[in-house]
Design a protein around this ligand. Structure first.
Ligand code: PLP
Length: 482
């Protein structure tokens, strides 16, 4: 249609160039404040989107004139948008304590303070202050892990023991820890794993893939639902380097199932002189039975039972920063430390600072200082009282609010059945579907992340910091009224 092409050519002609636009007094002032680079980038973006509008036939002459009169404001808005942080805090009202999409464990205040202090200046990260020699970065946390995990160590464990029985090294995350363990102990050799444990953890961590990247050869035994100790025993040959046990983090096999007891695996590993490594995933440093969750072994439980090396995450049940730990027999850990992969996977000083502070809270028995652990310990009654208080602030004819029984999820690779009884705020908003309602909550500032179930929006205050309760009430009111 020639008419349309002609007129759009005319519309394009009306657009100023980036240069012309930048020379306006308004944008020169903006550049003096926010920097020329930001303003140039924003001017380009705004003009490009106008060109797109014209191309799509969505702008006529009048529409374009209007847009051109507000061009300076549009560029200023775009500059503000571009200079805003993309990574923001959100309020987690989902009731999932360790939510990978929401950054897993919130850090203890002492960890934040320690990070601030260590990261703002220089530190003895790799300097032995006594001798003046080069030191190892892992000593800062190894001494605390030993205190928490090595029961044979005496009271002087914080001093340098000559030959520790249990050592711990830290890498970037648990996926890296598993990779390092497999590569160190089973390079070009076979690793025996039950078919029932060949898991994929969210975000494409698949045991068979990690195995091939580590240069170890996967030797699957048993079937998806049943593996017996005899299956492992029969698979052992001269190429076998390792027995691997993987925690089934995110699924359950129920019904006709069988997996060997950890004791049986330990006995077999000892008899054949093959190390047993366990990918525990979550790795609690406290007894989960204390919050009513059974059947989830802690790191200490596994080591106590005779597992040689345990791999686990720092930001799951441990409640600290993203990190991957390998704890176990000192001779095996020493081999992992001298693998060049360890250097490639090493954690930074911020991680060490956060981890040291978190571990110190465990050593001092200050479990409530660790937010994830504190949230697990909240009683349903306490959460219910807070939910009632929020509900009482929501007198709006457009909202239907109810406090009802439900379940919080520990998440982060604890057993899928690891839930805690809670009290939920169940809310509907007249004229909005539950999905639309939850999208509005996500769009509030700060964004609120809720659950949607059976046509209602569910908010679980277990994962909400008490000082955020009022913000939730205000945001809900706003969504009700607008
Ligand atoms: C979570 C998990 C991992 C991965 O840990 P990251 O710290 O996220 O790398 C590996 N194995 C198991 C069993 C897990 O639960």
């Amino acid at each position: 249609m020639p008419v349309k092409i002609d007129s759009s050519v005319e519309l394009y002609r009306k657009l100023p160039s980036v240069d012309e636009l930048q020379r306006s007094r308004e944008l020169m002032a903006l550049a003096a404040k926010e920097g020329q680079t930001a303003v140039t980038g924003a001017a380009r973006t705004v003009l490009a989107s106008l060109r797109e509008e014209i191309a799509a036939g969505r702008l006529d002459g009048n529409g374009l004139d209007l847009a051109l009169s507000g061009l300076g404001d549009a560029v200023a808005r775009q500059v503000r948008q571009a200079l805003k942080y993309s990574l923001r805090t959100v309020i987690n009202a989902s009731g999932v304590i360790l939510h990978t999409n929401l950054g897993r464990a919130p850090l203890p205040a002492s960890a934040l303070a320690h990070i601030g202090e260590i990261a703002a200046g220089y530190s003895n990260l790799e300097l032995d202050l006594e001798t003046g020699d080069r030191g190892k970065r892992d000593v800062h946390v190894d001494r605390l892990f030993r205190k928490l995990l090595d029961e044979s160590a005496g009271a002087d464990v914080l001093a340098r023991a000559a030959e520790p029985r249990i050592s711990t090294i830290v890498v970037n995350n648990n996926a890296a820890a598993v990779l390092l363990a497999l590569n160190t102990l089973a390079d070009q050799g076979e690793v025996i794993v039950s078919r029932g444990e060949l898991v994929e953890i969210g975000g494409s961590f698949r045991i068979p893939d990690v195995m091939s990247k580590s240069n170890a050869i996967l030797r699957e035994v048993g079937t998806t639902n049943r593996t017996r100790i005899g299956d492992y025993e029969r698979a052992i040959n001269e190429k076998t380097r390792l027995l691997l046990r993987v925690h089934r983090s995110n699924f359950q096999i129920t019904g006709f199932t069988e997996q060997p007891q950890i004791e049986e695996l330990v006995a077999l590993a000892r008899k054949r002189n093959i190390p047993l490594v366990e990918d525990l995933g979550s790795g609690a440093l406290f007894d989960l039975r204390s919050v009513g969750v059974n059947g989830e072994p802690s790191v200490l439980d596994s080591l106590r039972q005779g597992v040689d090396v345990v791999a686990y995450s720092g930001d799951k049940l441990l409640g600290g920063p993203q990190a991957g730990m390998l704890s176990g027999r000192s001779d095996l850990i020493a081999r992992m430390r001298s693998n060049s992969l360890f250097r490639a996977l090493r954690a930074d000083k911020l991680t060490y600072a956060a981890l040291e502070a978190t571990l110190l809270a465990y050593v001092k028995g200050e479990h409530s200082a660790i937010p994830a652990v504190r949230m697990m310990r909240l009683s349903k009654d306490e959460i219910g009282r807070r939910a009632e208080a929020v509900a009482n602030k929501l007198q709006s004819p457009r909202l239907t609010v109810e406090v009802s029984d439900g379940e919080s999820v520990i998440g982060g690779g604890a057993a899928p059945s690891a839930t805690l009884p809670t009290a939920l705020l169940a809310i509907t908003r007249e004229g909005l579907s539950a999905d639309e309602f939850s999208a509005r909550l996500r769009a509030s500032d700060p964004p609120i992340i809720a659950r949607v179930e059976d046509g209602r929006v569910l908010l679980d205050l277990r994962t909400v910091f008490p000082e955020q309760d009022d913000i939730i009430a205000q945001s809900l009111k706003q969504v009700a009224e607008n």
